[in-house]
Design a protein around this ligand. Structure first.
Ligand code: MG
Length: 233
């Protein structure tokens, strides 16, 4: 590609709260079971907010009373992924596929776009949840929360991943993050990327607006309309 040409828009999809929602009561009952099985002392788990946080951050925080023991962390991670694969995948009624996501998935996957994931999930967790929600798109890359506590590190991971498969010079301003939490917006703003925030997660319009996303929408319906708004700025 010539340097003076712009590369295609790169669309980064968040998963939880954006494409799907896992029944939180059900999910937390399994997290509690794993904590108890491993004799991890973390009484606050049920009250914690997980929204927009990376798996690495959430599950490391459970080990505050265990000196953040790395072996214990690995054991927890294995059991968590085991629960997703062997339990959640058989209980797909616990995973709500959001309305209108196919409008946006169709629009971006069928058009001249590069589509990836930017999510706090472990990669295996991301793929299991997508499968449970019957989402079978071939995302060409992903920035995951496996090794980073801080979501603000994920946009650079996404840039690195795109750079592995395309040799054009990347412009962060032609990356669009689709997410449902203030943390999605903050990480986009820090990286100079665009952000369209959705009210399909736990946050209301006003809470999202405080962090200045480029746009706030109620669902992924009519992508041609809202994408035009943010891409013609
Ligand atoms: Mg989310």
């Amino acid at each position: 590609m010539q340097q003076d040409q712009q590369h295609p828009w790169i669309i980064l999809f968040d998963i939880d709260g954006t494409l799907l929602t896992v029944d939180s009561k059900y999910n937390r009952s399994h997290l509690r079971r794993i904590l108890d099985e491993l004799e991890i002392n973390y009484p606050d788990m049920e009250a914690d907010s997980f929204s927009g946080r990376t798996d690495h951050d959430i599950f490391t925080s459970f080990l505050v009373n265990h000196n953040f023991d790395k072996n214990l962390y690995q054991k927890f991670k294995i059991r968590y992924l085991d629960y997703l694969k062997n339990v959640l995948l058989t209980k797909t009624d616990k995973v709500k596929r959001h309305d209108h996501i196919d409008d946006a998935l169709g629009f971006f996957f069928d058009g001249n776009f590069i589509c990836g994931l930017l999510t706090g999930n472990y990669p295996q967790a991301a793929h299991i949840k997508l499968k449970a929600a019957d989402i079978h798109r071939d995302f060409s890359f992903g920035a995951f929360g496996e090794f980073e506590r801080d979501r603000n590190k994920l946009p650079q991971l996404a840039i690195n991943e795109v750079q592995k498969i395309h040799d054009f010079t990347l412009d962060p301003a032609r990356f669009l993050i689709l997410g449902d939490t203030p943390r999605d917006i903050i990480c986009a703003n820090n990286a100079g990327m665009k952000c369209v925030a959705l009210t399909t997660g736990k946050y209301e319009y006003e809470e999202l607006a405080e962090h200045n996303p480029d746009l706030i929408i109620e669902s992924l319906a009519k992508p041609e309309e809202w994408f035009k708004k943010i891409s013609s700025d």
